[in-house]
Design a binder for this molecule. Structure first.
Ligand code: IPM
Ligand code: MG
Length: 370
């Protein structure tokens, strides 16, 4: 069984190792209680990899990632690496994983648990029951476009250049993922770009429309400009079902959406590659939050985004929806019972550490599976 359950665990920097530790707890529980054994290998990424190998991810680790069935990723980065070379900065490790594994579709669900509607900076009635999914293109656009760089000009100034670039295929494949996921939800897709100022935005809108007309006519498609989408997300977020957008807009809009759920510490994500002949996809699962160096090592991190990323792994990489549901239900119940890490703390609730939150999820799993 373990042969097709090879998981590469990359905790990374900052709070990454802490939140990953709580996923370890869940994996051990699955092993004990559900007889599901993952073949787990742990390795370095980000700043810790730079310290050891002089690169944010080594070729050897990259090979392990390419040969695994799923990668669990914590977080990378920290102020101590602010001045290292651009190519070896911690974030470069994550970007290389995304690019070399061809993880073009990034799924970022923003779900507001009832228990957390009060923790959002928005009014509870705006966010209560929220369930939206942002599908972010992850291997193209301005993140990877050429030319790029900083050059010296003859007059002594410098010029920084990045390129926003998308092809037909890049747009169509991520839109297909979004439409397909919409059919399993409320059947609505909103495609987001800036076609009023960018040619790549005009192409994005045309190709999204092409996929709709040729392959998914039964799904409702609407279009929105990215700035308006940011505004609509805080004005009336429940109007959305699935949002599909490019790499940079997706990065920004998913951070906006995170606050609708109460905290950035609640948002999981799945990054998927193209399906091979047998329908399997390369995949990486990571919380949307970063390494949070300011609270690292203090037991204050919220492990729920990482734990929910693990649930997404069960669902998307291993076809274990029942177990994924179980983990998600345990998270919901633990929140209902009033336990809170500091990022989602509210009056009259019980403050817990990262570890206590992880333990509580496992205890809840014990109850649910009894
Ligand atoms: C994210 C992060 C990354 C990104 C950083 C860490 C490179 O913000 O996954 O949203 O910009 O994609
Ligand atoms: Mg981001």
């Amino acid at each position: 069984m373990a042969a097709n359950k090879r998981v590469l665990m990359l905790p990374g920097d900052g709070i990454g190792p802490e939140v990953m530790g709580e996923v370890r707890r869940l994996i051990d529980w699955m092993d004990r209680r559900r007889s599901v054994t993952f073949d787990v290998t742990e390795d370095l990424v980000g700043g810790v990899a730079y310290e050891t190998h002089g690169a944010a991810i080594s070729d050897n680790t990259m090979d392990l990632a390419l040969n695994s069935d799923a990668v669990l990723f914590g977080a990378v980065g920290g102020p101590q690496w602010d001045n290292v070379g651009f190519d070896v900065r911690p974030e470069a490790g994550l970007l290389r994983l995304r690019k070399d594994m061809d993880l073009f579709a990034n799924l970022r669900p923003a779900i507001c648990f009832d228990a957390l509607a009060q923790a959002s900076s928005l009014k509870p009635e705006l966010v209560g029951g929220l369930d939206i999914l942002i599908v972010r293109e992850l291997t193209g656009g301005v993140y990877f476009g050429e030319p790029r760089g900083i050059e010296d000009l003859p007059d002594g100034q410098r010029r920084g250049v990045n390129t926003q670039v998308y092809t037909t295929d890049e747009i169509r494949r991520v839109c297909r993922v979004a439409f397909d996921l919409a059919t399993k939800r409320d059947n609505r897709v909103c495609s987001v770009e800036k076609m009023n100022v960018m040619e790549s935005g005009i192409l994005w809108r045309e190709e999204a429309t092409w996929v709709h007309e040729n392959e998914f006519v039964d799904v409702e498609l609407s279009h929105m400009l990215a700035d308006n989408c940011g505004m609509q997300l805080v004005r009336s977020p429940k109007q959305f079902d699935v949002i599909v957008t490019d790499n940079l807009f997706g990065d920004m809009l998913s951070d906006v959406a995170s606050m609708l759920t109460g905290s950035l510490g609640m948002l999981p994500s799945a990054s998927l590659g193209p399906a091979d002949g047998s329908g399997r996809r390369r995949a990486l699962y990571e919380p949307v939050h970063g390494s949070a160096p300011d609270i690292a090592g203090q037991g204050k991190a919220n492990p729920l985004a990482m734990i929910q990323s693990y649930a997404m792994m069960l669902r998307y990489s291993f076809d274990m929806s029942e177990d994924a549901d179980l983990v998600e239900r345990a998270v919901r119940n633990v929140l209902d019972s009033g336990l809170r890490t500091s990022d989602i703390m509210q009056t009259d609730m019980t403050a817990v550490s990262c570890e206590q939150m992880g333990e509580a999820v496992v205890m809840e799993l014990d109850k649910l599976a009894a």
